[in-house]
Write a protein that binds this ligand. Structure first.
Ligand code: HEM
Length: 410
């Protein structure tokens, strides 16, 4: 990336250099293969996760017995079914309401806009995962999730995040584990109501899954919120600020969309904004690098991997490959127009990862970004204190830095 406004941490720079010198698939070390070719990445991911039998539950391990075999695919399938209800008009209206309440509470306060975007995206999602908790239990879950977000951001912006207490984080995690178990047990025994959230399908799977693995699945969901979604929102704020022509276009579109149509289908109701959000996810995809342990010997064409080795994937470098994309460094939402589709190469757009471990919240995430743009267009002004200082950082996640400012009421 030539842009002097983009800062890369040394390991990302190293990947970039090796990619230039050695091509799309290369050994980083004796036991670590970098795979930046989209087709190979997809084939290797499919082979590595063909068997997704879950590990035994903790209490079975302690008792020296095997848990009932259960595939992660079954858990994912249950979530994907439930997701339909969460991303429908009512679900999105609720989500937008929670986002708005959070931003309203921050009106006029000068702060780090990355942190604000993270909070506005991630905190409202907690109720999507586990709803109906007491206010205290809900606050505990939010605190745990946001402390993990702060940990992710602390790779570069230590001074900008709320203070991190790593020992306390263990305690937070333990407490959240207890809250999740209590909720699962309560729903299973009928002492707590069933809910329209992603915890609920785990209640039906409890007989095979067991309490340990059901609780682990819910906490895995909460952990999945701590990297990509908030970073995407921060990058949306950044491009919203940096692209005045697009901002105008979106304000025009979003101020005319009836709310009912927006919640029924954000992508259909606001197509230009949807293209903008898709382009944000292309040009600033997080995490830029993912590392996988090889779970089974893999032989895919020229690529051979042995169990225990490691491979590295990157949606970020795939999205910036000039061999696949026309002018990949240009922020151009109109590349997503139907008539431009040949400019978006098949298999090379992977902001939500690779099957069979791709994001289960892809539709909800994209919708939420459009709802965020809707709030920015109709309710708030985003004011950046010192636009000259803002830079993008490619680190654990991709996001702006030195991005301070306020949201004010329109
Ligand atoms: C714009 C928003 C979002 C983005 C950009 C995003 C991105 C991603 C990416 C890149 C992965 C794959 C990570 C990897 O390969 O290691 C992933 C996985 C995952 N995401 Fe998302 N995500 C978003 C929103 C959500 C939401 C809203 C939820 C749930 C409510 C969610 C739940 C998950 C889960 C559970 C996984 C792990 C899937 C598995 O291991 O089988 N994500 N996400």
């Amino acid at each position: 990336m030539q842009d002097s406004n983009v800062v890369e941490i040394p390991s990302v720079q190293n990947f970039r250099r090796r990619l230039r010198e050695d091509g799309e698939v290369f050994w980083l070390q004796d036991d670590a293969l970098a795979i930046f070719d989209p087709q190979t990445a997809q084939q290797v991911e499919s082979a590595n996760y063909a068997d997704l039998t879950m590990l035994d539950g903790f209490s079975d391990v302690i008792r020296g017995r095997a848990s009932e075999p259960m595939s992660w695919h079954q858990v994912r399938a249950a979530w994907l079914t439930q997701m339909r209800g969460l991303a429908d008009a009512e679900g999105l209206r609720g989500l937008a309401g929670r986002m708005q309440r959070l931003l309203d509470a921050e009106l006029g306060r000068e702060q780090d806009l990355v942190w604000l975007a993270e909070r506005a995206m991630v905190e409202p999602l907690v109720a999507t995962i586990i709803d109906g908790l007491s206010p205290r239990a809900h606050r505990r879950v939010v605190r745990e999730v946001m402390s993990k977000v702060a940990l992710v951001l602390s790779d570069v912006d230590r001074h900008r995040c709320p203070p991190l207490h790593k020992t306390r984080m263990w305690a937070y995690q333990f407490i959240v584990g207890l809250e999740v178990r209590r909720e699962l047990k309560g729903r299973a025994h009928g002492t707590r109501p069933r809910r329209q959230d992603l915890t609920d399908p785990m209640v039906d799977l409890l007989p095979g899954l067991g309490l340990d693995r059901a609780a682990d699945a819910v906490t895995a969901l909460l952990t999945a919120l701590t990297a990509s979604p908030g970073a995407a929102a921060a990058c949306l704020f950044y491009e919203w600020h940096r692209q005045p022509a697009w901002r105008e276009r979106m304000v025009e579109e979003l101020t005319q969309v009836p709310e009912q149509a927006l919640y029924a289908s954000p992508v259909r109701a606001a197509p230009a904004t949807a293209r903008f959000a898709k382009e944000v996810l292309r040009i600033w995809s997080s995490p830029p690098i993912v590392t996988r342990r090889v779970r089974t010997d893999i032989c895919q064409g020229q690529t051979e991997l042995k169990t225990g080795q490691v491979y590295v994937l990157s949606s970020f470098f795939i999205h910036h490959d000039a061999g696949k994309w026309s002018d990949p460094e240009a922020f151009d939402p109109d590349r997503w127009l139907a008539e431009s589709r040949e400019r978006c190469p098949h298999g090379s757009y992977v902001p939500f990862g690779w099957a069979p471990k791709s994001c289960i919240g892809a539709n909800l995430g994209l919708s939420q970004l459009i709802l965020m743009a809707h709030l920015l267009a109709t309710r708030y002004h985003l004011r950046v204190s010192d636009p000259e200082r803002v830079k993008m950082v490619i680190a654990s996640v991709v996001r702006p830095t030195d991005f301070a400012g306020t949201v004010a009421r329109r």
